[in-house]
Design a protein around this ligand. Structure first.
Ligand SMILES: Cc1ncc(COP(=O)(O)OP(=O)(O)O)c(N)n1
Ligand SMILES: Cc1ncsc1CCOP(=O)(O)O
Ligand SMILES: [Mg+2]
Length: 512
């Protein structure tokens, strides 16, 4: 993963306005970049005169002052990601768009645009006439746009009053060419007490729901959210992971605040370091759950009714967890006193049922925690201990039937977003992978690395977590140090010169 292989801090640019009050704009962006371990560079578009109660003036910088900053940065401090905030006039929009077009010819850099144009109270922060240039020139260059409700109305030229309108206005913006839209919900509640952000991109739509924090120190939340997303993109996080981590960062800042009261009005949101507590992370709304109707959320292929709470395993630490493809392997490992095992048959023949029945019988004989991969119907029919399902299976498998049959359920996840989403089902365990590159399965684009694994494990210290993917004996100690209580392996066992020795070594590392 990029985060741990980087030997320098990723460079992130903020092209935005200065907030003399130190709560929003460039000032909030730099504090955020620093919290995410990034080096922030700036190109100031305007020197706003403001405090915690009012914006007195915008004071756009002259065009050559803006472009000279951008050119200076381009020459030396090339960015891993760019955040754009306040653009004060049409000339600035055109110049930034032109600059980005040239820049992306040399290297594609993720661009996040927070269309800072309307204050929380609906007041204008920029010339309304920039709307057309933004839509035509800037949006097509953006990987993500993060409007609040007012800004969405302004850019989509549509009134936004309810979940369905948010979704269709976001689609209007995507039709203008930006890859994704995150509509921030800090200025309105679709459900009382809940702040929900709506993400729409080529792969679908999501609602990220957080508890409303009653804080007077909420100035700069939009800037902080978009700059936190930009920092996460610079660290190599996929978009959905970046969004949920950034939302948790803002939530933590709202919850912990600044300690002091700053100014007489809305004080700045806190910048309190990496979000390490689960309570700050949003809940990912699931199709089929009761409250999804308040968000008019029923995505195509949404799947089954929501089911929560699966049988618990006898320990949260499942230890060494070999994943094998034959009865012979199961028998051999059971005899070596391995207790957690998975039967993963990818090319089943006519004897699949027999194999699963035999596996279940070995499982009972040796008192194994034996999970059956994929074939959940046969697992139920044969009375297996548990099933392991992947992300795609969650839509098609009958989770209610698995739960009713009392089977344990393990779910694969690949990053923060999927972890949070799968956690909503409260499965028996959550698997996180692939930690390292592996030849056993194509996991390209889904590598987590131990640094990210450790951050995820910290969120769920008391939950059964399994790490999988490319874990060798040499790497096992690093994985165990993240706090996960189980290591799932294929090749480190099935390709070991001496399988019994490998089992013994893994157990020793896990028990230490
Ligand atoms: C313990 C464990 N974790 C992850 C997986 C991967 O499961 P899945 O995503 O369903 O992919 P396939 O194994 O079916 O290719 C697993 N099997 N076990
Ligand atoms: C099935 C699976 N799911 C994620 S990585 C992986 C393969 C793990 O195999 P190995 O331990 O040989 O890397
Ligand atoms: Mg599977």
């Amino acid at each position: 993963m990029r985060e741990e292989t980087l030997h320098h801090r990723p460079i992130v640019w903020s092209i935005a306005g200065s907030d003399s009050g130190g709560g929003a704009g460039i000032q909030a962006d730099l504090l955020t970049f620093a919290d995410f371990g990034c080096h922030g560079c700036t190109a100031v578009t305007a020197n706003t005169a403001q405090n915690t109660t009012a914006v007195a003036a915008i004071n756009a910088v002259p065009l050559d002052a803006l472009t000279s900053q951008l050119l200076a940065l381009q020459g030396d401090l090339f960015p891993a990601a760019i955040k754009i905030g306040l653009l004060a006039n049409v000339e600035q929009v055109n110049a930034v768009a032109e600059f980005l077009r040239t820049l992306s010819k040399s290297d594609k850099v993720p661009v996040v645009y927070d269309p800072v144009a309307v204050t929380s109270s609906g007041g204008a922060l920029t010339e309304d006439s920039i709307g057309e240039a933004v839509i035509e020139k800037l949006l097509p260059l953006c990987d993500l746009v993060t409007p609040n409700w007012h800004e969405l109305e302004w850019l989509a030229r549509a009134s936004v009053n309810g979940a369905a309108q948010i979704a269709s206005a976001a689609q209007l913006l995507r039709n203008c060419g930006c890859a994704a839209v995150l509509v921030t919900g800090g200025h309105g509640e679709l459900v009382a007490g809940e702040i929900a952000d709506f993400l729409s991109d080529g792969s679908g739509a999501d609602w990220f729901v957080s508890e409303k924090v009653a804080s007077e120190n909420n100035h700069g939340t939009g800037c902080t959210l978009s700059s936190a997303i930009t920092a996460c993109l610079a660290l190599g996080y996929p978009l959905r992971d970046a969004c949920v981590v950034a939302k948790a960062y803002v939530q933590r800042g709202l919850r912990l605040g600044n300690g002091d009261k700053i100014g007489v009005g809305a004080g700045p949101v806190g910048h309190c370091g990496w979000p390490t507590e689960l309570r700050d992370f949003p809940e990912i709304l699931l199709p089929g759950e009761e409250r999804a109707r308040f968000y008019e959320y029923s995505p195509v292929g949404g799947g089954n009714a929501f089911v929560k709470g699966f049988a618990a395993t006898d320990s949260i630490r499942l230890g060494l967890y070999p994943v094998v493809d034959s009865i012979d392997w199961l028998q051999r490992l059971a005899e070596l006193e391995v207790r957690t095992l998975q039967l993963r048959i990818k090319d089943p023949g006519d004897d699949l049922r027999e194999q699963i029945a035999q596996a279940v019988s070995i499982g009972k004989q040796y008192d194994l925690r034996l999970f059956i991969n994929d074939h959940w119907q046969l697992a139920i029919e044969c009375g297996a201990y548990g099933v392991h399902l992947g992300q795609e299976d969650l839509q098609s498998a009958d989770l209610h039937a698995i739960q009713q049959a009392g089977l344990k359920l393990g779910i694969s996840t690949h990053g923060f977003y999927e972890l949070l989403r799968a956690y909503r089902y409260r499965p028996s365990y959550l698997a996180i992978g692939a930690i390292y590159a592996t030849d056993t399965k194509d996991m390209s684009g889904q590598l987590q690395g131990v640094a990210k694994l450790a951050r995820m494990a910290r969120l769920l210290p008391d939950y059964p977590l399994v790490a999988i993917g490319g874990i060798s004996l040499e790497r096992a100690a690093d994985v165990v140090a993240t706090g996960v209580g189980s290591i799932a392996v294929v090749s480190a066992i099935t390709k070991a010169d001496d399988c019994a020795l490998a089992v013994g070594e893994f157990k020793r590392i896990l028990e230490n």
